[in-house]
Design a protein around this ligand. Structure first.
Ligand code: MN
Length: 261
């Protein structure tokens, strides 16, 4: 490369970098890219549109009996949060049975059935009284967990991301808009493995309800449209093996089924 073309190349790169910097935050709708990265979307019931997922937040130990089984005190300590990567979503269509691969590294793979709230707006320091205005709709999801890895990391006081935030760790059904199902503050939530009931509780047994979850989360993170919140699991989490079939339910939503393969 001669000196002149080197300068031209540099100038082009410089302009490109400047153009990148001039974009408002990371809000660019489109940009020329050297390759494509797929977005994450969840189907919306009653619509040909899909819900674009920005972040996945999860609430830990949000049912008293589950907090006890995990070895903690279920008094109203502030809720705690973790995230899964957006592309941990596995879309599951109701009425069928989706294959769910048993993940690597674990010998103790657990189900956690959870109500999921999907937001169409957000903010910082949202009051509980205003929080439900942020909810676009609800779904039924599973916070799949490599329990042995989560526990081992916790025991060593290391982040337990490897136990929670791996590929396909967030199976989810389609999103039901609030306009169709209202706000979900009570109703049965259960999970069966091979037809046998393992988890069974009521949404009204959450320590922190969805409005309070949004309020508390928004004190720590600026919530935005596209964020979804897994609201915690009831007691009696447990393991599955290859060949097991999971069926889960929340009143007014269609059941979801997974086959562990
Ligand atoms: Mn969970």
């Amino acid at each position: 490369m001669d000196r002149r073309s080197l300068i031209e190349t540099t100038a082009t790169l410089g302009l490109g970098a400047l153009a990148g910097c001039a974009l408002p935050g990371n809000a660019a709708k489109t940009a020329r890219t050297p390759f494509e990265v797929p977005g994450t979307f969840v189907p919306i019931v009653g619509s040909d549109m899909a819900f674009p997922v920005r972040r996945i937040y999860c609430i830990g130990r949000n049912y008293a009996a589950h907090a006890r089984e995990m070895g903690s005190d279920p008094t109203r300590e502030p809720p705690f949060f973790f995230q899964k990567p957006t592309d941990a979503i596995q879309n599951v269509a109701p009425g069928g049975i989706a294959d769910h691969p048993y993940p690597t590294l674990t010998k103790n793979y657990h189900y956690e059935v959870e109500l999921v709230a999907a937001l169409h707006k957000g903010g910082l320091n949202i009051s509980p009284a205003n929080a439900l205005e942020c909810v676009y709709g609800y779904s039924l999801g599973l916070d799949m967990t490599r329990r042995d890895l989560q526990r081992a990391m916790g025991d060593e006081k290391k982040p337990w991301e490897i136990g929670k935030s791996f590929d396909r760790s967030a199976p989810i059904g389609p999103i039901h808009p609030v306009a169709l199902v209202g706000h979900m503050v009570q109703g049965s939530i259960w999970l069966k493995v091979n037809g046998q009931t393992k988890q069974s509780a009521n949404l009204n047994q959450m320590i922190w309800n969805v409005a309070e979850q949004i309020s508390k989360l928004s004190a720590a993170f600026e919530l935005m449209a596209g964020d979804i919140i897994y609201s915690g699991t009831p007691e009696n989490v447990g393991p599955v093996l290859r060949g097991d079939r999971i069926e889960c339910h929340i009143d007014t939503l269609p059941n979801l089924s997974l086959q562990i393969v």
